[in-house]
Design a protein around this ligand. Structure first.
Ligand SMILES: Cc1ncc(COP(=O)(O)O)c(C=O)c1O
Length: 377
């Protein structure tokens, strides 16, 4: 195994059993308990999870910890914070993580402080308002964590991870990047200064809408141990079949993403030119506010598009008229799915449809969208 291999190669090559007679792929380890002498219980790790973690760790450049879902991965990080810590969040993050923070806020566990993270100075100011902890040597540090998501769900906001990590590091605060939309192949948050990167592996990593899983990759062993400990304590361990499928999905991530992204580029241009569409968010469009930053810091624009129709009714009507594009939540599968996002994110852009572009023929997807967007006869 060589860490000089490109990410595309590492996604295929890492996490395989080695040695004469070993299977090429790690089979699912369907066992909860093991004879004494090694790791003796599945909640502390099995060869299934180790293989997946080895591949993910090599891709992100850190130590990976697999979880039973993306939400469990998020909770694994947040639960490792001290009581009363301020979590400085970018204003648009996945609504489930926002709800988790709300829940933890109600019990006084953490304080969610949303900010406009397109302005790193706003993050700096918010960290400066967090409570501080004193060390025995008399120094003090903010009891805070920065949590950002880029591209964000569902507004596809692009953030300057390096600039945010730099203001946070100056204040001794860690940054977490939810990189689910970017995947390990389009953004390298740990190299840009984050201490943790997390993914809902349910999405692009699994890639076939057939499993729930999450993963955290930590920059250093101390950070990894904090999160691994929460996984064991909370029992948020992934099943063997899910882990097997997630690793199998990872093997084809590069080709799936290339195809979906190329489809998304074409569809975004056509949607932007369509008279029924009032707004398109896709970082690959030259007119998108995040375009220049995404072009500079990412190695591709991803395959998620958000676009708006004039009303919630118009969005519902269009989605009820598609046949290839499935009206469904979640994202990152080989199939194109779309949903009206105000179902979940009340108060977001009017008539917003979030579309996860799949790997079908782009012309077939476009034909389906075009007839769905046409005025009713
Ligand atoms: C950006 C993002 N983070 C985290 C999650 C949560 O992941 P899971 O559904 O695997 O728990 C999601 C799910 O949609 C997501 O979109």
């Amino acid at each position: 195994m060589s860490s000089s291999w490109s990410p595309r190669t590492r996604a295929v090559a890492f996490g395989r059993p080695t040695g004469p007679g070993a299977p090429l792929n790690q089979p699912p380890v369907l066992a909860s308990t093991f004879r004494e002498g090694g790791v003796d219980y599945a909640r502390f790790g099995t060869d299934s999870t180790t293989s997946f973690e080895e591949a993910m760790g090599s891709l992100e450049g850190g130590e990976a910890i697999a979880f039973s879902s993306g939400m469990a991965a998020a909770a694994g990080i947040l639960e490792s914070l001290p009581v009363g810590a301020h979590v400085v969040t970018s204003s648009n993050i996945y609504h489930g993580v926002r709800s988790l923070l709300g829940d933890m806020g109600e019990t006084g566990r953490l304080v969610d402080v949303p900010v406009d993270a397109t302005d790193p100075d706003a993050i700096a100011r918010t960290i400066d308002e967090a409570p501080t902890d004193s060390a025995p040597d008399g120094s003090s540090s903010p009891r805070a964590l920065v949590w950002i998501e880029t591209p964000s769900n569902p507004l596809l906001q692009i953030l300057d991870v390096e600039a945010i990590c730099s203001v946070a590091a100056e204040r001794g605060v860690d940054v977490v990047v939810d990189s689910t939309f970017a995947t390990p192949l389009r953004l390298a948050p740990l190299a840009l200064g984050a201490r943790y990167v997390m993914h809902s592996a349910t999405k692009y990593i699994g890639g076939h809408s057939d499993l729930l899983m999450g993963v955290v990759i930590a920059r250093d062993a101390d950070a990894a141990e904090q999160v691994r400990r929460r996984r064991s304590l909370h029992g948020a361990f992934p099943g063997a079949m899910e882990t097997f499928l997630a690793l199998r999905g990872l093997r084809t991530l590069a080709v799936r993403l290339d195809q979906a992204e190329s489809n998304a580029g074409l569809l975004a241009e056509r949607l932007a030119a369509h008279p029924a569409v009032t707004r398109v968010a896709y970082p690959g469009l030259a007119s998108d506010p995040g375009h220049e930053l995404a072009a500079r810091t990412m190695s591709g624009f991803g395959a998620m598009i958000s676009f708006c129709l004039p009303s919630e009714d118009a969005a519902d009507r269009a989605l009820s008229r598609t046949s290839l594009v499935a009206m469904a939540t979640s994202l990152g599968g080989v199939e194109t799915t779309a949903e009206r996002r105000n179902r979940w994110n009340e108060g977001t852009w009017t008539g917003l449809i979030r579309m996860s572009v799949g790997i079908e023929d782009a012309e077939d997807i476009w034909a389906d969208l075009e007839q769905a967007l046409a005025p009713e006869a």
